[in-house]
Structure formats: C-alpha cells, structure tokens
Design a protein around this ligand. Structure first.
Ligand code: SF4
Ligand code: SF4
Length: 178
C-alpha cells in the first residue's frame, strides 16, 4: 500500500472518530457546582469512629501506625480503670498520607476508616495535620455493628474472660501436666 493511501485511510479514521463524537451527549461535570456521589469505599479523608454504644473504638494498638508505609500516624496509648485502652492523643499528617487504606486494613477494631470526603486542600500545609479531635466522629462509619470489646476476651465492664460472644471458658494450661 502506498504511503498516500495510508495517509488517506488514517485521515478518514480520525475524522470518522471526531464526527462520531460530535453527536454524543456531553459528559462534562461542572465541579464544584455538581459533586458526583462517590462509592462508600472511596479512599480519602480519614476518621476515627465509635462503636454502636458510643465509645471510642480505637484501642491505641499502633497497628495502623506500623502498617502505614509513609509513617504519618502517631499516637500515645493509655488504659482506663475499666480495662479499656485508648489514645490520649492521635495524629495523622494528611500531607504525607497516600490514601492507600493499609491503616484501615490493619485496624482490629474498625476504628480508623477512610471516607469519600476528598475536599481537604489547605494553603497552610500544617493545617493538614489532624489531631484526635479533628479525626474522632460520633458515628460508626461503614461498620455499623462491630464492637471489639464484645469479642476480644479482654476484661472490661462488658464481661470477664470466657464471657464474651463466641468465647470459650479459659483453659488451665497446667491441667494436663503429668
Ligand atoms: S491511608 Fe495509607 S498512607 Fe494514609 S494513613 Fe493510612 S496507611 Fe498511612
Ligand atoms: S486506629 Fe485501629 S489500628 Fe490504629 S491504634 Fe487505633 S485500634 Fe489500633
């Protein structure tokens, strides 16, 4: 095939594509006037949720902080008299966060969750450092049922050893010694 025929064929294909798109309905979305509803699993602004009883879910186990590939989570753990652990302070540097979701995957209590809220830009980069009071919300987020202390086997006001849901009574490990 001569180069002239190849050129005509390429031009015809290109113009045909352009012509086809002339009659398509535009799909431009006028952001920010229109905000497309995003799926619940979209990974953006991070929150700390509460359990269905309204208590803080985070037990300050540091798993999220250990899983974070950019080390942008830090906290200090403490324990209440009733046996519940909590974070005295909890900090996420959203300027470093890459929204990978590994912290959410690692969390055993469903406390830390990523949300579809992506409008978090700031001119002052230090405003992207979120403290516990910025992160803690008054709802359960995506997981509306889970209460870690009902299954954890940790002695709290919810129950002692062997009294939690799906939990067997403790075994005396020395009972089968010869
Ligand atoms: S989403 Fe990823 S980068 Fe952001 S805090 Fe969680 S683990 Fe770290
Ligand atoms: S948010 Fe979850 S993983 Fe992170 S410290 Fe709290 S309980 Fe542990």
């Amino acid at each position: 095939m001569s180069s002239a025929i190849e050129a005509v064929k390429a031009l015809t294909t290109g113009f045909a594509t352009t012509f086809k798109h002339l009659f398509r309905k535009p799909i431009t979305e006028e952001y920010p006037e229109y905000k497309r509803p995003l799926p619940e699993r979209t990974r953006a602004r991070i929150i700390l949720t509460r359990d269905p009883d309204g208590n803080e879910r985070c037990v300050a186990c540091y798993l999220c902080s250990g899983a974070c590939p950019v080390s942008c989570i830090s906290m200090q753990s403490a324990q209440k008299e009733n046996g519940r652990r909590y974070a005295t302070w909890f900090r996420i540097n959203h300027a470093r966060c890459i929204y990978c979701g590994l912290c959410e995957e690692a969390c055993p209590t469903s406390a830390i969750q990523l949300t579809p809220m992506f409008e978090t830009c700031e001119q002052d980069i230090l405003k992207l450092v979120y403290e516990k009071e910025d992160l803690l919300v008054d709802h359960c987020g995506k997981d509306r049922e889970y209460n870690f202390y009902k299954y954890a086997g940790i002695v709290t006001e919810i129950g002692g050893k062997g009294e939690h849901e799906k939990e067997d009574k403790p075994v005396n490990v020395k009972s089968n010694l010869p």
